[in-house]
Design a protein. Sequence first.
Length: 568
Amino acid sequence: MDLRKPTNDQVFHFIQGGGEMGALTRSFDWTATSIGPPESWQQSLRTTLGIVLHSAFPMFLFWDNDLICFYNDAFRPSLGKDGKHPALGKRGQEVWPEIWDFIGPLLQKVMDSGEPVWFEDQLVPFFRNGQIEDIYWTFSYSPVYDDRGHVNGVFVTCTETTQKVMVFNQLHDSERRFQNLVTDATVGIIVLIGEDMIVEIVNDAYGRLIGRSREELLGKPLFSVIPETESHFRSIHDAVRTTGEPIYLSDHPYFVYIDGRKKEGFLNLVYQPYRSDDGHVHGVMILCQDVTELVVARLKMEEIVAERTRELATANRHLQRSNAELAQFAYIASHDLQEPIRKVATFAQMLEAELGDTTERQRNYLNKIRNASSRMMLLIRDVLTFSQLSRDSDLVRNTDLSLVLDNIVDDLELLIDQKHAKVSYSNLPVVEAVPLQMAQLFGNLISNALKFTRADVDPVITVSAQLLDKAALKSYPMLDTRCAYHHLEVSDNGIGFEEHYAEKIFEIFQRLHGKKEFEGTGIGLAMCKKILQNHHGHIFATSGDGQGATFHILIPENQSCFADSSTL
């Protein structure tokens, strides 16, 4: 075979290349190649190189059996930062030894068979930027024929898809992580696509709720698997899919049939729109949590509470009836008892007058009768007053406590003078209350202070008041924080009491001292406590033994915030 070689001028005439390719073809030493005679390759090489050189798409050419390499300017960006590579006019195996084991057999296959080869997103690492890089390509290897119809080269079109593959891999990793998150979630998750509600994603937790495996659900319309739930949930799904607005349901009842047996329970549900890349809703994601045990326990507790409430209401009605009967009995008994006591006192007085001169023993007996009858009469009056304390709800009005104290001091003027006592008070508030009960309250407290005095000390009684702020109000859990309360203190310098008796002194008929030491029926402080209860207030006492006593009164400014109460 004639192995004539073209001159540089001849190559330049049939290759219209520019840039580096033009310079190469004008100075290329063709004697170093084994390219065949001009009549067998000129036209095909001219045509192919013309396509390669003028294409805006990355291309290169492997020519002849030695697979001499040519490429165009569009391929340069893939060569690295400087866009240069010692490839032009050299054998491909010398140019890319690091990947020749991969591309060499492909090129040879195309040369031998004449069949093209095509790859998409193929990993082909090669040396650039001073190191081996993992590069992804989409390329095709096509045979190039000479004028005689023989395969004399391989035409390569290629584009680098590294960035696309990396983005795809990131999306794939994100999807995988999402799938793992859904699969491992302890709450049931299912994604339904389209109007037919095709199951695209579902986890085992959801499958356990309805007694189905993931394989039974994936790719199928949900209601074809659990048709019994369609009447309950179809409208909810359609509303979310058409409006794009989420729906939240708490303690929602549901049921499914598992192997012919009905399973019932309660779910917390979140219906969330599932959007495509363009932002349009094309499905619904449902999150569901089984709260059956919690709901059943709560319903049982509510049933127990309701039963207890009914029992308490019944007991309260019985108690109210008993209290009413007791109050009626106390009122009637007090009235009925007063007449015999008056007769005892009257006849004792008449007997003393009839006897005239009496012995000391007789006078002693008569004194005992008079004292006993006086105490009995006082006790009857106190019991009668105590029984009537809750009957004055219609008499509530604005009551100036300063005026109440003025009247009490005026009534006790002789006793105050006799005891050389001093009673001071100022700036007392105006509250909604029953005036008579306020007079009874402060009258009992002032009388007690005048009664339990020390022999060697003039009594000093002080009444003060201040409005409780919110912080102070929290210190008294028995009070209603919706209302304003006044804190009044009635202090004296009398004998006081031991602190462990602080609650006992408010019990009815309780006395800390003998009746020979201090007069009284043991009802006065019980009446004070009852009056404060009637007014939604509270009373307590503090003392240091022998250092006087202080009675603390907590009373609301208005009774209107207790309009729903059964007391005043």
